[in-house]
Write a protein that binds this ligand. Structure first.
Ligand code: PMT
Length: 224
């Protein structure tokens, strides 16, 4: 039906900032609240999709009718996403995944000394890029959180991670990005003009992202 364009589709969405443990009582994370991902989960559900939300936050209520998988680290998020990937039609990586994690994790609390403490960080897996390598028809949407040269980095991520769509947000703006109730985005896709979505609630931004994705998925299978 026209009103439920995602009926019968499985959509996997990630949300929140991953937590990378230093020791049992400390971690490295970022400012992602999960709001953008949760708005996408609600919007996809309302468009008829069967939604799985892999969430790195527990501060927001799980949307009704959405299956939630709770994770902490980027490693846990990677496992949960890869586990579901073969069985979904669309993935939206709205989570702010840590690019680095402590190379070792202390199993007991690190004690204070009089010396400086050096924390060695190692790179994490780029989950979106990994999905880009493995995809077999899934529509792959990534975000680009940038503070400068937004278009340049968004297009670079579109190509390098083999995504079908990159949603760029300029997180230096006070009304956009991390832990805000509103966002402003530009949607980039290969061979299409960028789509500018002016500032509005994350719920409405989420709808626009999904409408754009539905349009492009229809193009791919040659229907309208
Ligand atoms: O959660 P909110 O408070 O509502 O804020 C929303 C948001 C700003 C977090 C969201 O709109 C957003 O931009 N999410 C992506 C944040 C991010 O990590 O961007 P990035 O440009 O560093 O990464 C690019 C893409 O690769 C993202 O889709 C990210 O999920 C993915 N990635 C990044 C690193 C990594 N190791 N694995 C990944 O999959």
């Amino acid at each position: 039906a026209k009103e439920l364009p995602l009926k019968g589709k499985k959509v996997l969405i990630t949300a929140g900032g991953t937590k990378e443990r230093i020791d049992p009582v400390r971690f490295i994370t970022n400012d992602s609240s999960g709001k953008m991902g949760y708005s996408l989960a609600k919007a996809a559900r309302d468009l008829g999709a069967e939604v799985t939300l892999v969430t790195a936050t527990n501060l927001l209520p799980i949307p009704f009718g959405v299956e939630a998988i709770s994770v902490q680290s980027s490693k846990e998020m990677e496992s949960a996403v890869l586990d579901k990937f073969h069985n979904v039609d669309m993935v939206i990586m709205a989570a702010a995944v840590s690019d680095y994690r402590p190379k070792t994790q202390a199993t007991i609390k690190i004690k204070k000394t009089n010396e400086d403490l050096t924390l060695v960080l190692e790179k994490t897996t780029d989950i979106l890029a990994e999905l880009g390598k493995r995809k077999t028809g899934q529509f792959l949407i990534g975000f680009a959180a940038e503070t400068h040269e937004v278009e340049h980095y968004a297009i670079d991520k579109l190509k390098r991670k083999n995504a079908d769509m990159i949603v760029a947000n300029d997180v230096s703006k006070e009304y956009a990005g991390f832990n805000k109730d509103t966002n402003e985005v530009i949607i980039y896709q290969a061979d299409k003009e960028p789509i500018q979505i002016s500032v509005r609630s994350k719920d409405l931004i989420a709808e626009e992202i999904l409408y754009a994705a539905i349009d492009s998925m229809h193009d791919e299978v040659g229907t309208d």
